[in-house]
Design a protein around this ligand. Sequence first.
Ligand code: F0G
Length: 435
Amino acid sequence: MHPHLACFNAACRARFHIDDVLYNCPTCGGLLEAQYDFSATDPVALKRTWRERRMDNAPLSQSGVWRYRELFPFLENLSHVVTLREGNTPLLDAPRAAQYAGLSRVTFKHQGFNPTGSFKDNGMTCGAAQARSLGMKRVACVSTGNTSASMAAYASAGGLDPLIFIPHGNISYGKLAQALEYGAKTFQVEANFDQILALVRVLAERLGIYLLNSINPFRIEGQKSIVIEMLDQRDWRVPDWIVLPGGNLGNVSAFGKGLREMLQVGLIDKLPRLAVVQAAGSSPFYEYMQAKGLTPFRAQGHPETLATAIKIGDPVSWPKAQFEVETSQGTVERATEQEIADAKAIVGQCGIGCEPASAASLAGIRKLTAAGVIDRDADVVAILTGNVLKDPDYIYRYHTGQLQAPDGSPIQSTFGNKPILVANDTDRITELIGV
Ligand code: F0G
């Protein structure tokens, strides 16, 4: 069986050529995924190969994504790969965060250490490689900021023209600045993420532009490497829980697929449970999963959260996300603006730092531990999806007591750390420092 695309819808499962330019199943409209034959894959040999590559200076071995390429063998010709040495992100112990969340221990897998500062790079290196392999010239995405920063970088590095569509006034300056600096033609559209995604799909069709949103199955393939690398770093010891923020729900879909495939190949012997955390003002998936199948999935027309990365009311990958959460016996939680802001400050106090959406992970763990869903002594890996410098404006406002929720209500600066304005006066400064 050659690598191919398959419809994710269990009632359809139509198959297509791996190089067909498709984002949805032409038969039923379902989501698509890449499928491979892993029946002859030897897990012991793979683990050895992957360790050896860490000592090899070849660019593909140095990439924390392509090092694991045997688990996403969709590309016939590896010369199409564009790598900025993505992945290679650390696992960090954070005792202060564990204590805050009510756990004896927590580990952060910090995807903010990526070349453009978010987990999107893991997927984008694969999406860009497929675009080049297909002979595409232009690539496009709609984004809450990180996808566009990543796509701009990988497209420009790989000689493709990046076209970016972002919701006007709703992404952080750090992310917009990256898109401009990496040379993307950038459209700030007066509509929300979900509306712009519909627009971009029409444009992609009309102009023959390759779409690199997370509906692109090759992005999902690359994001599997986040959990593969994490397990390699843990010598293949499976955690009890993996907790991550959810927006468009591509990442949880990638994690679930990667974990199931690792189990199938024999690289791991059980599945960790997946917990997805949404911002309370932008939580259609939480609402849907709470209803336990009694109501159909309903998009939110006006999602609101300061964690703009996950401000998405109509997440495209919800059917995959539902399947992965249920298969792993996982759960979905939501966190308020205050909970996200405080959890973020705690991640900062650990000397680690992250962007607002990422802190939903820790805020969610705290709630799930308090509710008894996550055991105090559980082995928990929390994903930090983006770098602390992505949204400095939010940080400054929080620490100076000026942060306001989207409805205008103040967010308490619970763990605030205000800068001190002072005259150039040694005695006064000595007094302020204390002896
Ligand atoms: N965290 C960060 C920092 C993100 O940028 C995103 C998504 C998520 C979490 C949620 O991941 O969509 O796979 O559930 N950002 C996208 C973007 C939507 O356009 O950059 P998801």
